[in-house]
Design a protein around this ligand. Sequence first.
Ligand code: SAM
Ligand code: 2KA
Ligand code: SF4
Ligand code: MG
Length: 211
Amino acid sequence: MVAYAVKEIFYTLQGEGRHAGRAAVFCRFAGCNLWSGREQDRGTATCRFCDTDFVGVDGQGGGRFQDAAALAQAISDAWIGRGGRRLVVLTGGEPLLQVDELLIERLHAMDFEVAVETNGTVPAPAGLDWIAVSPKGNAKLQILQGNELKLVYPQPEALPDRFEELAFAHHLLQPMDGPDLAANTAAAVAYCLANPRWRLSLQSHKVLGIP
Ligand SMILES: C[S@@+](CC[C@H](N)C(=O)[O-])C[C@H]1O[C@@H](n2cnc3c(N)ncnc32)[C@H](O)[C@@H]1O
Ligand SMILES: Nc1nc2[nH]cc(C(=O)O)c2c(=O)[nH]1
Ligand code: SF4
Ligand SMILES: [Mg+2]
């Protein structure tokens, strides 16, 4: 039985959210519940603005890992930093379709702080150190609390008001990348100025030209 399908594993700086600028291993799981990942399905998907290729296991360091120990070892091998706190960001695709408590335990045993980037539609296993939820359109949220709520903006079906009172330590707006990035960034800046409980999250890795 193949346990985990992983698109890619790479070491870079977290580009987004409250940990932006911090070194981390990214583990990108294959597959998502809100889009097939095929361009021909994008227009009818629940999530239509995705900036990521999460199909297959053919990326750098990707593959099928038989068990939690094997995947945790591959993640550990990708950490090339010296000193500091080791951080892994589990992303995708939708990581919570695959992440389980055993993997989190193994990563903790290898001295990692374990963060997740999720669309929030799948319940989270116990033990995660940092939960970043990024709601999508009218998809029903199952995770109603966490560390950061990072809303891609603007989404007509997911207005910030709806998430303002949820129990997250940080509320962030991230401009939607795509053909309207400049206008979306201006709109997000204006929203944060008018509604100071929201802070801006830029995708700094794209500006920097790093993965
Ligand atoms: C590719 S997703 C993978 C994790 C998970 N499926 C999710 O949606 O949160 C990683 C992050 O990128 C964000 N993202 C995806 N497409 C984006 C876009 N076009 N502009 C800005 N952020 C985007 C997501 O909202 C999420 O915060
Ligand atoms: N540098 C960098 N930071 C990121 N933060 C969230 C990402 C993601 O795709 O989940 C991401 C990513 O793909 N690259
Ligand atoms: S939920 Fe996340 S991975 Fe899935 S299509 Fe949307 S942005 Fe991409
Ligand atoms: Mg990304």
